[in-house]
Write a protein that binds this ligand. Structure first.
Ligand code: B12
Length: 244
């Protein structure tokens, strides 16, 4: 891998990027000028407005195409690596059976005011996503899906009543950092309600989470955009019986 790379637009290393944003300005020459000013301040030079469309009263959506001079250093990229093996459904079931000798109980929900259930349903429901079946398909798992807009108090109560091994929480709306506030509140409530050794595993997921923030948010693991049920099942099997 080379030490540095640049974005690719028309030719290798030409540094061309495309960005989109909305400005609270009416469409027109001044609006486009403002978009180019912003692009310049973002280090895009030269820049071109390739699309401008009025959206609502006094707002315009822009797409700007242009060159950045910044270099990308792949060797310095930090990501959350998967630190558990990716297993087949058969191996997940065998691992749980071998370690627990009972079903692994998963309680899932969308918390706060968030009503975006498609993501958590994709992970939990048998129909799954991306050609993989959801956790309900796994014989050694018992899944309780509480649905949308569940309060933290109700989630703690359900996890207690179901004797959950893992609590899976989805947060899709990120306005005013709602996903971060709600996840912190959830983890604090579980830490207060359970002694450390009895606390269920806490897993948060959603498209705009940074997977490296688990510690900061007080959860055991975060899964981001494009997660598949098999990854989650493999992680849960890996933790069954104590590994955190
Ligand atoms: C469908 C949708 C809706 C539907 C939701 C229906 C439902 N039952 O879920 C409806 C129409 C109800 C809706 C409403 C709203 N929505 Co909406 N919605 C979307 C949309 C188009 C798709 C979301 C989706 O289903 N993705 C598909 C799933 C499969 O992907 P996913 O959620 O990322 O999940 C995957 C991973 O993230 C991960 N994952 C997710 N959760 C979890 C949990 C765990 C434990 C794990 C392990 C993994 C995991 O695994 C999943 C599978 O890979 C998005 C835009 C977009 N294209 O993403 C906007 C979007 C999320 N909505 C948005 C908004 C603003 C709203 C509303 C506030 C609009 C309004 N003004 O009323 C309301 C809020 C309602 C509420 N109270 O929450 C914004 C959020 C912006 C932000 N910064 O937060 C978005 C991004 C649209 C936008 N660009 O503005 N919405």
């Amino acid at each position: 891998m080379s030490d540095v790379v640049r974005p690719y637009g028309d030719t290798t290393g030409d540094g061309m990027v495309q960005v989109s944003f909305t400005l609270p300005l009416p469409a027109g020459r001044r609006g486009e000028g403002a978009a180019l000013q912003l692009a310049g301040k973002m280090g895009i030079d030269p820049a071109m407005v390739v699309h401008a469309r009025p959206i609502g009263d006094g707002h315009t959506f822009f797409v700007v195409y242009g060159r950045v001079n910044h270099l990308v250093e792949p060797g310095k990229v930090v990501v959350a690596e998967r630190d558990f093996p990716l297993l087949s459904a058969k191996d997940v079931n065998a691992a749980i059976r071998g370690r627990l000798r009972r079903k692994f109980v998963v309680v899932g929900a969308c918390i706060g005011t968030d009503a975006h259930t498609v993501g958590i349903d994709a992970i939990l429901n048998v129909k799954g996503i991306a050609g993989e079946k959801g956790l309900e398909y796994y014989r050694e798992m018992r899944v309780v899906n509480l649905g949308a807009q569940v309060t933290v108090a109700d989630l703690v109560a359900a996890a207690t009543a179901e004797q959950a091994d893992a609590v899976l929480v989805s947060q899709v709306v990120t306005q005013r950092d709602a996903h971060l506030h709600n996840t912190r509140a959830m983890s604090a409530a579980f830490r207060e309600a359970f002694a450390p050794a009895r606390r269920p595993l806490l897993v948060a997921g959603g498209p705009r989470f940074d997977e490296r923030m688990a510690g900061e948010l007080g959860v055991d693991r975060i899964f981001g955009r494009g997660t598949t049920p098999r990854e989650v099942a493999s992680y849960l099997a890996h933790t069954a019986g104590g590994a955190r």
